[in-house]
Design a protein around this ligand. Structure first.
Ligand SMILES: [Zn+2]
Length: 394
């Protein structure tokens, strides 16, 4: 379920969509906590598929995340103090991998500011298996055992729609090619693990759903009809209706203000007219996998992804009982310097983009936060990665 910000007002759709409410967007205060970098004394081997360092919520420290998906681009870094660097990168700095495959990686770069050696090699594909990893920096200095797992597929049925916006009949002409990119960036998925099935009508066009999407009853009928498209033998994880424009909360409403809606279950409708539909896709998949929202008064799921410190949400396990984010180390992006309401992701956690093979040198916040901000604001978090790894492990 997404919400959108307009001039300090949050327009929300509750479960059931009829229960939409208006909330003043108040700033939260009182959140504290800084993630401390890993102490520089011991070199740390990092396999980076989206986040190199997780946040330990018990004390705010960072730790290497070794929940790894097979057949996914992987940054291979070593965090080590400048004293370990002898000024030249040659055959004395390397990582030896043994186990289900053998390989030697040589350091390509050392950056004194981030204290990172870059051993990444994009020509190497990590197949599913168990590996023993030894790091040499002019001698053996660290060892790790890691496992790369095959992940379950996420199966999405995508339904481009024609529908009424009041009197106006509008349709989706084309599904943007990059709409799955963000999902691949932020979830532990191998390169072929996202199954994206676009439903085409006989004429190759979008599906006609002759209801008024600007009305609650129209949205409910659309949702019900889309839900009926599920494949009984091999059910989809998500049925995703696509519409061309944002939706009005009611026929009387003057502004187009909903980026998407659902009446529960695994069927959602999202607007391609939103600032970043690719982020909405990942957000809706998250809900289907048990993730909750990360914004004030959202439907939250703290056992999956904790909400930021001081944030209040309705607990989806207990019919909307209010819960408050209590961990002082998990803070909202808005309290940490980004625009997003979701959990702050620090650049020190080494966010890695599998599409470019590069580290993203900026703070971001969780895509389970409010929609409506630029795409560059959003990323995955420790809790989300851990949860999705559990859900997607066969
Ligand atoms: Zn949501």
């Amino acid at each position: 379920m997404k919400k959108k910000v307009y001039a300090g007002i949050l327009i929300s759709l509750g479960m059931g969509a009829a229960a939409g409410g208006l909330l003043a967007a108040g700033a939260r205060t009182g959140a504290a906590g800084e993630g401390d970098p890993i102490p520089g004394s011991e070199p740390v081997i990092l396999f980076d598929q989206g986040l190199g360092l997780g946040l330990d919520a018990s004390d705010g420290s960072f730790y290497p995340m070794y929940l790894l998906a097979a057949e996914r681009r992987t940054g291979l870094y070593v965090q080590a103090a400048p004293e370990t660097f002898d000024g030249v990168l040659d055959e004395t700095e390397y990582i030896r991998v043994s186990g289900d495959a053998e390989k030697i990686f040589y350091a390509r770069d050392y950056d004194e500011e981030t204290e990172l050696y870059d051993f990444s090699d994009d020509t190497w594909k990590w197949e599913a298996g168990e590996y023993h990893v030894s790091l040499y920096l002019n001698g053996a200095v660290a060892e790790e055992d890691v496992v790369f797992r095959d992940m379950k597929d996420i199966r999405v049925l995508v339904v481009p729609m024609n529908t009424f916006y009041g009197e106006e009949w509008l349709g989706v002409e084309e599904v943007p090619e990059d709409i799955t990119d963000f999902t691949m960036q932020v979830y532990p998925l191998g390169e072929n693990d996202l199954e994206w099935n676009v439903l085409k009508q006989e004429d190759g066009g979008a599906m006609d759903l002759e209801y008024d999407i600007n009305s609650v009853t129209g949205r409910y009928r659309i949702w019900r009809e889309l839900s009926g498209l599920d494949d009984g033998e091999n059910p989809y994880d998500l049925i995703l209706g696509l519409v061309p424009r944002n939706i009005r909360t009611s026929e009387e409403s003057l502004t187009a203000d909903i980026a998407g809606f659902t009446f529960g279950g695994k069927t959602s409708v999202i607007s391609l007219g939103d600032t970043c539909p690719a982020v909405t896709v990942a957000h809706e998949i998250g809900h289907c996998c048990g993730l909750g929202d990360e914004y004030e008064n959202g439907m939250v799921s703290p056992e999956a992804n904790r909400i930021p410190f001081g944030m209040r949400g309705r607990d989806k396990r207990s019919l909307g009982d209010m819960v408050t984010g209590e961990c002082p180390y998990i803070i909202s992006g808005q309290d940490g310097g980004t625009l997003g309401t979701g959990t702050l992701v620090r650049r020190e956690q080494l966010p890695f983009d599998v599409l470019t093979g590069e580290l993203l040198e900026r703070d971001m916040s969780s895509f389970m936060g409010l929609s409506g901000f630029p795409r560059e604001e959003y990323w995955t978090t420790t809790d989300i990665w851990n949860r999705m790894y559990e859900v997607l492990t066969p």
